[in-house]
Every structure is written in C-alpha cells, then in structure tokens.
Design a binder for this molecule. Sequence first.
Ligand SMILES: CC(C)(COP(=O)(O)OP(=O)(O)OC[C@H]1O[C@@H](n2cnc3c(N)ncnc32)[C@H](O)[C@@H]1OP(=O)(O)O)[C@@H](O)C(=O)NCCC(=O)NCCS
Length: 190
Amino acid sequence: MTWKLDYFVHDTACIDDGVRIGKSTKIWHYSHVLGGSRVGERCSVGQNVMIGPDVSVGNGCKIQNNVSLYKGVTLEDDVFCGPSCVFTNVLTPRAFVERKDEFRPTLVKKGATIGANATIICGHVLGEYCMVAAGAVVTKDVEPFALVAGVPARRIGWVSHDGEVLGPDLICKRSGRRYRETPEGLVPAN
Ligand SMILES: CC(C)(COP(=O)(O)OP(=O)(O)OC[C@H]1O[C@@H](n2cnc3c(N)ncnc32)[C@H](O)[C@@H]1OP(=O)(O)O)[C@@H](O)C(=O)NCCC(=O)NCCS
C-alpha cells in the first residue's frame, strides 16, 4: 500500500511516466495507467483496470474491476463504469491491418453510468447522466438522462441525476427534482 503525495496506488499497480493523478484518487491491484493520461481527483480505479495512453478521466469517477479505457475514450466528471464494461476504439478491426490512425473517439459525459458487461462501440457520445443497462451494446449516441438497454441498446426510459428510473410524472423519487421531455430529450424542469 503506497500513498504518493496525496493519492493512493496499490503496490501491484503500475503508473507510467507522464501521468497526472488527482488528489484522493485510489488505484487498486494490478491496474496500469499509461503515459499521457490524466485521472482526476477523488476517483476510484478498481482492480485490473487499464487507462491510456493519453486518456482523460474526470473528477469523482468510479471505474470498477476489469475495465480498459483505450486511447480515444474520455470520461467527464462523476462517470461510473461498471465491472467488465468494454470500450472499443476501432470499428472494423483486423489483426493484420494497421488502423492506429482510424481510432474513433468515445465521449462519456458528466454523471453517466455504464452497467456491468456493457459494450460501447466507438465513435459515440454518452449524454449527461444517461444510464446504460448491464450487458447492453451501445451502437449510437445516447441522449442525456436516457436509460438504454439491450442489444443493440434502445431507450427504455429516463433516469434522474440520482439514477432513479423515472415514472410518467418525471419526478425523481429520491430528490423530488422534476424533469420534462423536449424534442431534444429530457431536461430538468427546475
Ligand atoms: C437497466 C436497469 C437500471 C433497470 O432497472 P429496473 O428499472 O429496476 O428494471 P426492471 O427490472 O423493472 O426491468 C424493466 C424492464 O427492462 C428489462 N431489463 C432490465 N435490465 C435489463 C438489462 N440489463 N438488459 C436488458 N433488459 C433489461 C427487464 O427485463 C424489464 O423488461 P419487461 O418490462 O419487458 O419485463 C437495471 O436492470 C440494470 O441493468 N442496472 C445496471 C446494474 C449494474 O450493472 N451495476 C453495476 C455495478 S454493481
């Protein structure tokens, strides 16, 4: 167990040169952060996580065990990545064709949740506070506050900031916060 200045790195984890890690972040067993990456403050990086190279993880993110964040993936603040969820960065890979300059970026916006074992096909934006169900395969952009599930992932409802599935009244049971549907998707009403 090693505290480095103001963040924690387990002795089995490997942090390459040129990595920035924010205050109070914890990086657990066998994880690897590659050069040029930045992990924000107060993050939890579980066991066997790979980040980088050149990946940006915002503040307050929780990355569960067995997640790889490849080059091209960006997590804004407060993103939750469930265990063994999968990001991709090449759309049509072949072992024998070099596609390193064909990486498609994936942007996961503030507060989003990705369920266990979900797969995110590269080149898409996961909107603020959206929720991807366990095992879903995301093949297109996800609207803010959308709850998406299945293969391919489709919207099955809306969720609140606090992650409550919203009923027809669009009022969050936990916070009382109200929402309204617009042609652009769900927005907070107050
Ligand atoms: C998607 C999710 C949030 C829905 O929760 P819920 O609102 O309590 O859902 P319900 O159990 O009432 O199911 C609603 C419907 O969605 C379906 N559904 C639920 N989860 C699903 C999933 N992961 N994939 C596909 N369909 C799913 C249900 O079968 C049900 O369908 P039906 O109406 O045809 O019967 C939840 O099932 C989920 O996947 N959470 C992620 C958990 C996770 O990965 N945590 C990681 C950290 S431990």
